[in-house]
Design a binder for this molecule. Structure first.
Ligand code: BTN
Length: 271
């Protein structure tokens, strides 16, 4: 056994947390699944609008990341999960969807630790290493738009043999919160996430911009875009686009198909 049984998750406490903002949220925990995002998208494609659902999995056999990448987690000691992996499927109706992953990042970072930074558009980093990822997918169901918000938070760093191709090895939350368990982390994150979703629905990204700036990993740093462009990151615009000063002028990166990486650690920050 690699962690608590599904029955050990605080399902009722999580439901109670959700009640004021998402009454009736279904909370499910499973020992193993291919991917919590894949499962909620399957349910969405099955036809009727699925009820708002939080699906937690102790193990994913085919966890997915952005840009077709896979999401892998390592192992931990007995009774300790190496990661918290869950997806939230909810119908949302914001006027403008742009920047949702940044609002989610702000909320999750705020609930986890003051030292966490957001790497545009969907990663949380700690001490120059990736700690968590966000994968948001949407489906049109019965005239409504369902968002599936998948979040993977490393509690332990995944082992190096699972990470071929990554230039910077990831880290885990226990580097700064050594006693945290996956259920405890979920109890901290869920209320912040749900509140952020309702706030985003009402006001878009604008209410999150200040908090984003305070945690912006890329601000002022040399970055390399996956299309080969080099430049310097200058924050985000009101729609969540990344502003990059390039030799050809200021460019706003909005495409979810573009990935960005800092080309050197920030001055004065250790790994
Ligand atoms: C990324 O880093 O590109 C995003 C990673 C998202 C991982 C989470 S884990 C829970 C949910 N299920 C998945 O298959 N992916 C997301």
């Amino acid at each position: 056994m690699t962690g608590p049984a599904p029955g050990d998750w605080p399902l009722e406490a999580l439901q109670a947390q959700a009640q004021p903002l998402f009454p009736g949220l279904r909370v499910e925990a499973v020992a193993q699944i291919d991917s919590t995002n894949t499962e909620l998208m399957r349910r969405a494609r099955a036809g009727a609008v699925p009820p708002a659902t939080l699906l937690v999995a102790e193990t994913q056999t085919a966890g997915r990341g952005r840009l077709g990448r896979s999401w892998v987690t390592g192992s931990a000691g007995p009774g300790r999960l190496p990661a918290l992996t869950f997806s939230l499927g909810v119908v949302l109706a914001p006027q403008d969807w742009s920047g949702l992953s940044l609002a989610v990042g702000v909320a999750v970072a705020g609930a986890l630790h003051p030292a966490l930074q957001i790497k545009w558009p969907n990663d949380l980093w700690l001490h120059e290493r990736k700690l968590a990822g966000i994968l948001i997918e949407t489906a049109q169901v019965g005239g409504q738009r369902l968002a599936v918000i998948g979040i993977g938070i490393n509690l332990e760093p995944p082992p190096a043999d699972l990470l071929a191709g990554l230039s910077v090895p990831p880290t885990g939350l226990r580097a700064v919160c050594p006693d945290d368990s996956a259920p405890q982390v979920l109890l901290r994150v869920l209320p912040a996430l749900l509140a952020a979703l309702r706030q985003f629905e009402a006001g878009g990204l604008v209410p999150f911009l200040e908090a984003y700036r305070a945690r912006d990993l890329l601000q002022g740093r040399a970055v390399l875009l996956s299309d080969g462009t080099q430049g310097t990151a200058h924050g985000i615009d009101a729609g969540g686009g990344l502003l990059v000063h390039t030799p050809a002028g200021m460019r706003t990166i909005t495409s979810s198909e573009v990935s960005v990486r800092p080309v050197a650690p920030a001055a004065g920050r250790g790994a």
